[in-house]
Design a protein around this ligand. Sequence first.
Ligand SMILES: Cc1cc2nc3c(=O)[nH]c(=O)nc-3n(C[C@H](O)[C@H](O)[C@H](O)COP(=O)(O)O)c2cc1C
Length: 347
Amino acid sequence: MKKLDLKGFSLGETKIEHGLVLAPMAGATDYAFREVCRACGAELTVSEMISAKALCYEQKCKKKNTELSRTAPLAAVREEELPMSVQLFGGEPSFMAEAAGLIESGDYFGNKSTAKPTAIDINMGCPVHKVVNNGEGSALMKDPSLAARIVRAVCDRVNLPVTVKMRLGWDRESINAPELAKMVEQSGAAMICVHGRTRAQMYEGKADYSIIAEVKKAVKIPVVGNGDIYTAEDALRMYEITDCDGIAIGRGALGNPWIFGEIRALTSGEIYAYPSLREKLNTALGQAYRMAEEKGEYIASREARKHVSWYIKGVSGAAAARHRINSAETLEDVKSIVEEIVAECKN
Ligand SMILES: Cc1cc2nc3c(=O)[nH]c(=O)nc-3n(C[C@H](O)[C@H](O)[C@H](O)COP(=O)(O)O)c2cc1C
């Protein structure tokens, strides 16, 4: 296969060598999964999306029980996690700027960070109804001047680099990613990640890389291509069509964090050796235990259900175990089911 010549990019002083990014995924890219992806070769990770308004409102609970803090823990950045961005969503420049300022300062209720993030990322891609109905996420693509004002307000408030994650546009009839990209660049954005779908598509259909190529031509700041990268060949295709500076992988990393290693190997022309099923499931188990340290066993064993299901996707003979994992109540349950899967499956 051809060598992949990803250029990478810088965010402030931080070099993201090949531009390999773990795309933000609410409910999936928590601390434990980000750690696994980093170990497999992801060079920049992003927090789950965080409501700017919720973070600001939590300040009103100050001095009360820190257990009340639900949003702040999502924004935690540990020194060992860098490079990592914190992603904010919101539709009001003032709240977005205030939340970004809190994150940069670390001076906020419930803060568990030991480091500042590498960048603040602004969400202009979330398609979920309750988010867009508030004028947040991908709704910002319908109001480019507001989107640009948000970027300007956040850039004016913080010294950290500010990045933007967008879609192609609201729908096929209103594709405006190249124009919006220029506007956010002029407003101070340091990098743009483009998911090659419209909001109307949600996660359906195929990502269109040709418009990501237009975004790349429209701006001077780095552009990261995103959408439907499940193999190193897909990464190569994204790069060849778009000339992007980096690649963000979302669903393709769920249960397969080794995709980052596979793509990295392609940048040096090597053949990547995937781990065995046992090694993969040991990773899944380690991730579940790490999750428990962060969130407690009750939540971790339930969240581990979906992660283990992703790790065993496509494994023949694991159908019954896939069913059983959904009843795991404790880490011990997760562990014994994972061991059964390893014993049952020969591959
Ligand atoms: C479960 C899930 C949660 C997501 N959460 C976020 C999020 O919090 N912020 C964001 O910008 N995008 C979010 N996305 C979109 C992904 O970052 C990515 O743009 C999209 O899945 C397309 O990339 P992929 O084909 O590599 O998955 C989410 C996607 C999924 C599947």
